[in-house]
Ligand binder design. Structure first.
Ligand code: HEM
Length: 507
């Protein structure tokens, strides 16, 4: 009995001691601590237990529980780390619009060996310079030139889908089809090179991109292997595989860059048909080859980082959005029919669609559908930042204060876009809610983020998705076969059950 009491007393003493250490280490966070409720690391290890409990499958559920319990802004005090999770529109807007707090979180570091510090992962001066030269590469004129690529690659996808459709009797997981289509499109538009991912499933480069994306997704929430050293120690074989994949991908992109640079230098493509089949079409790579910073051209390695970044960011996100859209349309026949009527009005020709940016802008119903899909199933459900300078805020509920440098910040786009105070019946799929100009919900609806670090490829993505959807919906009726989606976090949002549906050729 007495020994039992001694053990309890010792445990309480240790817990108190740790708590005091914790308070001393986190002294600078005390002010925020008082304002933001959440989980502590000590004396009870609730924050640590939470971090290890969360995985790809239960991520959204666990965070919903946390927000329900503590409110829209939740603090997680680790031993030496302080993380704020926020689905609070007002606070997130302050952060997204800030020109200062744009530093990416270390969670993304596992992507750096592949993507380097291209636009997605760079910070500070480098990011500013890159953003300045990359933004004009997504100019309307350039996007218009890409429409034939979107269209031609969609027609390859139609053939692939026709082979598995079986007149709507078979359940098809649409995700891998959309993934290969998005890869073909981004390779051709970013690098000016056809990779034929849809017809040649064994091509080393595209297989490597897919395998690497899956591996990054697998590592993303496993805190102990996010660092390259611990990854090598805990998973040496996977680390070796990762090195191999990176070497395949870098070799491929370097070759493409070298070839395009030589072509540009000898001005071949101004006279001849290039392998993308057009005299005038420029790939994003060509624009990077011509760009300069302070009068100096970008090096091949600078360009490689950006091309690899486009390859990653430009295929995984659109794959997710397109697959969720098709899955949801299959389950909402009325909306599907409304969309089809709009498509037939804008593109009455049975055989051929003449896509222009202008007629794609006429697809208002489709725009609402895509927005609603991105609201419910945002491809990028969470944005992570590191606060490197004290963040001064004025907030209607928190008052005014400072979030100290060193704080980690997770903005839940998913939480914001499903917030019942911003969206009526938030879990319902109602595209018409976007018909009005999102009055009152401006910053609650941010699937492409907002402010200086918003998505540079958002217009590209919208036009790409529209062309693909027009082609698929004109050819196939989508049927509600298979399982419902079960969202998981794999860097981007995916579904554990795939994105199932049936496809029936229209008469
Ligand atoms: C449905 C499709 C897409 C969605 C929902 C989406 C969403 C986003 C979001 C939310 C961010 C901010 C990420 C952060 O701050 O951590 C982002 C950044 C970015 N996106 Fe997209 N994206 C899409 C398609 C694309 C495409 C097609 C491209 C390229 C062709 C692209 C290129 C980029 C790049 C380079 C960044 C980094 C921008 C910067 O940090 O300055 N995205 N995207």
């Amino acid at each position: 009995m007495a020994s039992g009491l001694i053990v309890i007393a010792v445990l309480i003493f240790i817990a108190l001691l740790l708590r005091i250490c914790h308070i001393l280490i986190n002294a600078k966070h005390e002010e925020v601590h008082k304002r933001i409720a959440g989980l502590n690391a000590l004396p009870l290890p609730s924050a640590i237990a939470f971090v290890y409990r969360v995985n790809h499958q239960n991520f959204f559920e666990e965070y919903e529980k946390l927000f329900r319990k503590y409110g829209r802004i939740v603090g997680l005090w680790g031993l030496r780390r302080f993380v704020i999770f926020s689905m609070d529109v007002e606070l997130n807007e302050l952060l997204m619009l800030s020109p200062v707090h744009i530093t990416k979180h270390r969670n993304y570091d596992s992507l750096k060996l592949w993507l380097g510090t291209g636009l997605l992962l760079s910070n500070g001066r480098k990011w500013h310079q890159r953003r300045k030269i990359i933004t004009p590469t997504f100019h309307f004129k350039i996007l218009e030139d890409f429409l034939p690529v979107f269209d031609q690659q969609s027609s390859v996808a139609l053939q692939c889908l026709a082979e598995v459709a079986e007149d709507g009797k078979t359940t098809v997981d649409i995700y891998p089809f959309m993934c290969r289509l998005a890869l073909d499109i981004i390779a051709e538009t970013a690098m000016g090179t056809k990779v034929n991912a849809q017809v040649d499933k064994t091509m080393p480069y595209t297989s490597a991109v897919q395998e690497m994306t899956a591996m990054m997704a697998w590592r993303f929430l496993r805190v102990h292997i996010q660092n390259e050293i611990t990854f090598s120690l805990f998973c040496p074989l996977k680390k070796l595989r990762q090195m191999k994949l990176i070497s395949i991908m870098h070799k491929f992109t370097r070759n493409v860059i070298e070839k395009r640079r030589q072509e540009l230098e000898s001005k071949e493509e101004t006279n001849e048909e290039s392998d993308i089949g057009s005299k005038k079409r420029m790939a994003l790579l060509d624009l990077l080859l011509q760009a300069t910073i302070n009068g100096k051209p970008l090096s091949d390695e600078d360009i490689r980082e950006e091309v690899d970044t486009f390859m990653f960011e430009g295929h995984d996100t659109t794959t997710s959005a397109l697959s969720f859209t098709l899955h949801l349309l299959a389950r909402h026949p009325q909306i599907q029919n409304k969309l089809l009527a709009e498509i037939r009005r804008v593109y009455p020709d049975e055989e051929e669609n003449k896509f222009t940016l202008m007629n794609l802008n006429e697809l208002k119903c489709m725009e609402c559908v895509i927005k609603e899909v991105l609201r419910l199933y945002p491809s990028v459900p969470i944005i992570a930042r590191e606060i490197v300078e004290d963040f001064k805020y004025e907030h209607s509920k928190l008052g005014s204060g400072v979030i100290p440098a060193g704080t980690e910040f997770m903005l839940s786009l998913y939480g914001m876009m499903r917030d019942g105070t911003r969206f009526e019946d938030p879990l319902e799929f109602r595209p018409e809610r976007h018909e009005q100009h999102d009055a009152g919900t401006n910053f609650a609806f941010v699937p492409f983020s907002a402010g200086p670090r918003n998505c540079v490829g958002q217009k590209f993505a919208m036009y790409e998705m529209k062309v693909i959807l027009v082609n698929i919906l004109k050819r196939f009726e989508l049927l509600p076969l298979g399982d419902k989606v079960a969202p998981i976090l794999n860097i981007v949002m995916r579904s554990e059950t795939g994105m199932q549906l049936g496809l029936k050729e229209r008469m």
